[in-house]
Design a protein around this ligand. Structure first.
Ligand SMILES: [Zn+2]
Length: 544
């Protein structure tokens, strides 16, 4: 934006609110935005009135509280966006629900385009306890081929899908598959085994174009929950191309900081070749889309995390490590030398210990590295000794209370009550002096305030309160979810706080999260969200 030198500064937005929490200790009452930046802030509601011009939108909302937009330290936006391309029939509870969802998807889709459902559904969850019929799918989506895959081995196709796949009354069963038939010999749409793929092969894979469009809807859903930045925790190079398409077409409602996957199936030589072939390094991109680093996965999750002690429900099992620590050390050291940051998934305590061995060996090879160069993702389990090693080594940790929230019941079964209650003890990490950044890892839009409530109460979805002694206060939780992530990104000078010179990423709430009981936060959603100086969520049109 260019201005004539002596022309006074005129704001695009002047926002006055009951409280504007900077996250750096200050509370303002008014904030001024120009283009993508915060350019002014005042402790007085009327302190910036001189900066109002004819084009300034003034939002005078004394009842609202404004925070920096959330910055999610670990989430899978592309996976969440991909899911939006599939009809979510796993949520259907009757054939009527199922048909209505297919109908709605067909109505929204281009003429004649394929309608594909999610595969994680089962007829036992439908009140009729049967599969939908070909006729029902025809009626739900006239003119569209419909393929409703159920799990890996069965699907229902409608007439248009069968026609496009060249399947009629005369088509023989494919090897290892079966085409179902009506009494009169015509196909009934039920496909088993190899027959599923005879039809699925005709359904388009989402290309870059489609993925980019899905990112528009996906990122908007996060913005609607107050998220301004997502550290995208694992993508392929093809996914990166989809992100670049979305960025160029200005479809991303949030900032994205991706991690490129270095697969554990690669040998050290292959992994190093991949890294060398990337040709860029951490930090490449712009303020909307910037590569954070590389991603390694060292163990599994609630069912495969590498534990020091056996699983509670299977004393013969203590999880698995992916790959060899010596090879990983070699690859990480090469990555660091080439200017890459590394984030490694380590859920179980044995994985965290092994990862600390690796990271310490890397630093011994490369010399000291800047903060947040070598990052531990999750560290769900661990003890004081491990926490101290992480702090001494300067290895930051991304934390996701939402994993306990979502999978607490499952953890009680696999890891037992004693280990579950000390999953992600944020209080102990902070007491040890650790660098933490908060996020979700839900692979679906998840309300950050539910996560803040969880951090402040240790509440879960279906496992009650787990380890209430590890709760932290709301202010600290908000700081980890804004400034904490900004530090992890190396962008604390422009993200995660509200001050002149910072990027204009703000979220407004109808109550002050710092002034109410944590219980009031569990279902609190934003009034509006601004990212990069633009309203990305504003259902009640407060910003226009
Ligand atoms: Zn993840």
């Amino acid at each position: 934006m260019t201005r004539v030198p002596d022309e006074p500064l005129r704001l695009d937005f002047l926002i006055k609110a009951g409280a504007i929490h900077s996250m750096t200790g200050r509370t303002y009452r008014s904030v001024g935005l120009l283009g993508p930046q915060i350019v002014a802030a005042s402790a007085e509601p009327d302190g910036l009135d001189d900066l109002v011009g004819r084009a300034t939108a003034v939002v005078d909302a004394g009842g609202l509280t404004v925070l920096p937009a959330f910055a999610d330290a670990h989430e899978h936006l592309l996976e969440a966006s991909r899911n939006t391309l599939l009809v979510p029939v796993d949520k259907a509870r009757s054939i009527a629900d199922f048909s209505a969802m297919v109908h709605e998807a067909a109505r929204a889709a281009g003429p004649g385009s394929w309608i594909l459902t999610s595969i994680g559904w089962h007829e036992s969850n439908l009140s009729e306890n049967r599969l939908p019929t070909l006729a029902e799918l025809d009626a739900a989506a006239p003119g569209h081929p419909v393929l409703a895959r159920r799990g890996g081995h069965l699907a229902i196709a409608n007439s248009a899908a069968l026609r496009l796949a060249g399947i009629d009354a005369e088509t023989p069963d494919p090897p290892g598959g079966k085409i179902g038939h009506l009494a009169d010999g015509r196909p009934d749409g039920v496909l088993e085994g190899g027959a599923v793929y005879k039809v699925a092969a005709f359904a388009p894979n989402p290309g870059r174009e489609t993925l980019a469009a899905a990112l528009r809807a996906g990122s908007a859903a996060y913005a609607a929950l107050g998220v301004g930045t997502i550290r995208e925790a694992m993508i392929s190079l093809d996914d990166l191309a989809a992100y670049q398409d979305a960025r160029e077409r200005d479809l991303l409602a949030v900032r994205v900081r991706p991690l490129i996957r270095v697969g554990s199936e690669l040998s050290a030589e292959q992994a190093i070749a991949l890294i060398r072939g990337l040709g860029v390094r951490s930090g490449f991109g712009d303020h909307r889309l910037r590569i954070w680093g590389l991603k390694f996965v060292l163990d599994g999750g609630v069912e495969g995390g590498a534990l020091e002690q056996p699983y509670t429900n299977d004393p013969a099992h203590s999880g698995h490590l992916n790959g060899d620590p010596a090879a990983m050390t070699e690859v990480c050291a090469e990555a660091v030398r080439r200017g890459w940051r590394v984030g490694t998934h380590a859920a179980g305590d044995r994985a965290v210990r092994t990862l600390l061995d690796v990271y310490e060996a890397v630093v011994a090879k490369t010399g000291p590295v800047p903060p947040w160069t070598l990052v531990i993702e999750h560290a769900l389990l661990g003890d004081q000794a491990l926490r101290e090693r992480a702090v001494v080594g300067g290895f930051g940790v991304t934390v996701q209370h939402s994993l306990l929230w979502n999978m607490g019941s499952q953890m009680l079964v696999t890891w037992g009550a004693e280990r579950t209650r000390r999953v992600s003890p944020l209080d102990e990490w902070l007491a040890a002096g650790a660098s933490l950044a908060a996020g979700t890892d839900m692979a679906r839009p998840f309300n950050p305030m539910t996560n803040v409530w969880g951090m402040a109460t240790r509440g879960t979805r279906s496992a009650g309160i787990q380890g209430p002694e590890h709760a932290i206060d709301v202010g600290t939780a908000l700081r980890l979810y804004t400034m904490g992530t900004a530090e992890l990104l190396g962008e604390a000078d422009r993200l995660g706080s509200i001050a002149p010179g910072r990027l204009a990423d703000l979220v407004a709430y109808p109550i002050d999260p710092l002034a109410v009981e944590p219980g009031e936060l569990a279902e609190l959603t934003p009034t509006f969200t601004i990212v990069d100086g633009r309203p990305v969520y504003d259902p009640s049109r407060r910003l226009s």
